[in-house]
Design a protein around this ligand. Structure first.
Ligand SMILES: *[C@@H]1O[C@H](CO)[C@@H](O)[C@H](O)[C@H]1NC(C)=O
Ligand SMILES: *[C@@H]1O[C@H](CO)[C@@H](O)[C@H](O)[C@H]1NC(C)=O
Ligand SMILES: *[C@@H]1O[C@H](CO)[C@@H](O)[C@H](O)[C@H]1NC(C)=O
Ligand SMILES: *[C@@H]1O[C@H](CO)[C@@H](O)[C@H](O)[C@H]1NC(C)=O
Ligand SMILES: *[C@@H]1O[C@H](CO)[C@@H](O)[C@H](O)[C@H]1NC(C)=O
Ligand SMILES: *[C@@H]1O[C@H](CO)[C@@H](O)[C@H](O)[C@H]1NC(C)=O
Ligand SMILES: *[C@@H]1O[C@H](CO)[C@@H](O)[C@H](O)[C@H]1NC(C)=O
Ligand SMILES: *[C@@H]1O[C@H](CO)[C@@H](O)[C@H](O)[C@H]1NC(C)=O
Ligand SMILES: *[C@@H]1O[C@H](CO)[C@@H](O)[C@H](O)[C@H]1NC(C)=O
Ligand SMILES: *[C@@H]1O[C@H](CO)[C@@H](O)[C@H](O)[C@H]1NC(C)=O
Ligand SMILES: *[C@@H]1O[C@H](CO)[C@@H](O)[C@H](O)[C@H]1NC(C)=O
Ligand SMILES: *[C@@H]1O[C@H](CO)[C@@H](O)[C@H](O)[C@H]1NC(C)=O
Length: 362
């Protein structure tokens, strides 16, 4: 007999069909059902996902629990699959890991994913998913890693996201999200990396973000954010912060005092279309800074003398501001500087000769 398996055919004898119908585990059937929604399936899967196996545990991209033989991981990253993610995925109730990144999935993310309540890691990045993030995502109480970047999702970051306080890595960049960043962001008390860059987010950076005390990377660049940098970044001491990118927004107001408390801050990028007063001297106390870029940001005042304390500074980009006064001699103590661009300001004086490592001066 001939089993029609979507666009390809599985030739099989009647006996085999009866045999498999009784023997392949329910998770195996669910996976085959999922594959029926795909219009393009790689030949490696066609030949490997064999309906006459008792379990799908040896199938390409599939991992099972060794004792229960239930599917715990589906990893089909970069398999060139195109098609829909079917609602049957919700029946794989022991799933802990889903990685479908870098494929051609389109259409909506099924709300039934919310039934996979043991999910720890969900990666749907670099696909063509559309629609909104389902409300059911709030059932994913164990989720630590969420990557939906580079899809065509729409709408706002759903409030349901902030019910998942287990989240540690949240990658929602390049999705075209609009709306503002919720004050409930502080619900994400475990978050380590928050990537919201290249969206259409507007409104202010909410003060409660300062309560996300484990944040190491905050990427908000290329949005339409307004208002000032929240005071909470420094007074609540996000001491674990290493990367802070806020460039290409319309931030204004002074850089809050207290940045000097951020001893682990390595990269601070605030450039372009922001208007943020002067450089606070206490930035000189960010002893881990390697990259400081605050270009085209209407900076006024002078370069603080204390910047000589930035011994690890490698990249220093302050072009296109309205800085004035002398270039401090003490900058010569930043012995690791390799890129320095102070062009387009009203600074006077010359660079100290001690800056021997400089590869690029503009
Ligand atoms: C599927 O498994 C059966 C039994 O082990 C085997 O006879 C058959 O050739 C396999 N089919 C494919 C496509 O590998
Ligand atoms: C199952 O066992 C194999 C080898 O014994 C091991 O590599 C694998 O990590 C185990 N998988 C799970 C989900 O426990
Ligand atoms: C999926 O597999 C790829 C390569 O085979 C690996 O790099 C990636 O880390 C895996 N994803 C997960 C979530 O384990
Ligand atoms: C998801 O779970 C709900 C109840 O929690 C159940 O009614 C529904 O049938 C499940 N859906 C799937 C696809 O398993
Ligand atoms: C998180 O935010 C929601 C609003 O979306 C709020 O109702 C809830 O109490 C907050 N706390 C937790 C732990 O979810
Ligand atoms: C992004 O969203 C806006 C509406 O908010 C829409 O007009 C635009 O077409 C979307 N862009 C893409 C690339 O999806
Ligand atoms: C943030 O933390 C402060 C101090 O720990 C606390 O008083 C405040 O309620 C928290 N705010 C939010 C929105 O979680
Ligand atoms: C700062 O970085 C060091 C070294 O990576 C780390 O041990 C320390 O815990 C970090 N401090 C905070 C507050 O995260
Ligand atoms: C800069 O911000 C202003 C509003 O403050 C806005 O009108 C303008 O389009 C922005 N320019 C760029 C390049 O983002
Ligand atoms: C830098 O830190 C030192 C000691 O922690 C402190 O005495 C000094 O006032 C700080 N400098 C600035 C400019 O805040
Ligand atoms: C730069 O700042 C001055 C005042 O300090 C203000 O008048 C001007 O509009 C600002 N320019 C931009 C592009 O924000
Ligand atoms: C620069 O470094 C020298 C020697 O390392 C030190 O004596 C001097 O105080 C430093 N100057 C500044 C402004 O930090």
């Amino acid at each position: 007999m001939i089993l029609v398996f979507n666009h390809f055919l599985v030739l099989s004898c009647c006996f085999l069909f009866v045999y498999t119908a009784f023997c392949l585990s329910s998770d195996g059937f669910t996976l085959l059902s999922l594959s029926r929604h795909w219009t393009s399936v790689p030949s490696s899967i066609i030949s490997d996902w064999n309906a006459s196996d008792p379990t799908p545990c040896s199938w390409l991209g599939i991992e099972c629990d060794n004792t229960t033989h239930r599917v715990v991981a589906v990893n089909l990253t970069g398999f060139k699959i195109s098609g829909k993610l079917g609602p049957e995925v919700g029946q794989l109730s022991f799933l802990q890991t889903i990685d479908l990144s870098n494929n051609g999935f389109f259409s909506e993310v099924p709300s039934q994913l919310g039934n996979c309540t043991l999910l720890d890691s969900l990666d749907l990045s670099v696909n063509g998913f559309t629609g909104e993030i389902p409300e059911n995502f709030k059932q994913l109480k164990a989720l630590r890693f969420l990557n939906l970047c580079s899809n065509s999702l729409s709408g706002e970051i759903p409030e349901s996201m902030f019910h998942t306080s287990s989240l540690e890595y949240v990658f929602l960049n390049q999705i075209n999200f609009s709306g503002s960043i919720s004050r409930h962001i502080s619900n994400l008390s475990e978050v380590i990396e928050l990537r919201l860059y290249v969206n259409q987010l507007s409104g202010v950076i909410p003060e409660p973000i300062g309560n996300c005390s484990k944040l190491e990377g905050l990427y908000l660049h290329d949005n339409q954010l307004v208002g000032s940098l929240p005071r909470s970044l420094t007074i609540l001491k996000l001491e674990s912060l290493v990367y802070l990118y806020v460039s290409n927004n319309s931030i204004e107001g002074r850089i809050p005092l207290g940045f000097g408390n951020l001893k682990n801050l390595s990269i601070l990028v605030l450039s372009f279309n922001d208007s943020i007063g002067g450089l606070p001297p206490d930035l000189g106390n960010c002893s881990s800074l390697t990259k400081l870029a605050i270009a085209y940001s209407n900076l006024t005042g002078s370069i603080p003398f204390a910047f000589s304390l930035l011994h690890k500074l490698n990249y220093f980009f302050l072009s296109g501001n309205r800085l004035s006064g002398p270039i401090p001699e003490s900058i010569g103590n930043c012995s690791r500087l390799e890129y320095l661009n102070l062009d387009g300001n009203q600074l006077v004086g010359s660079l100290p000769e001690s800056l021997t490592n400089l590869e690029s001066i503009v």
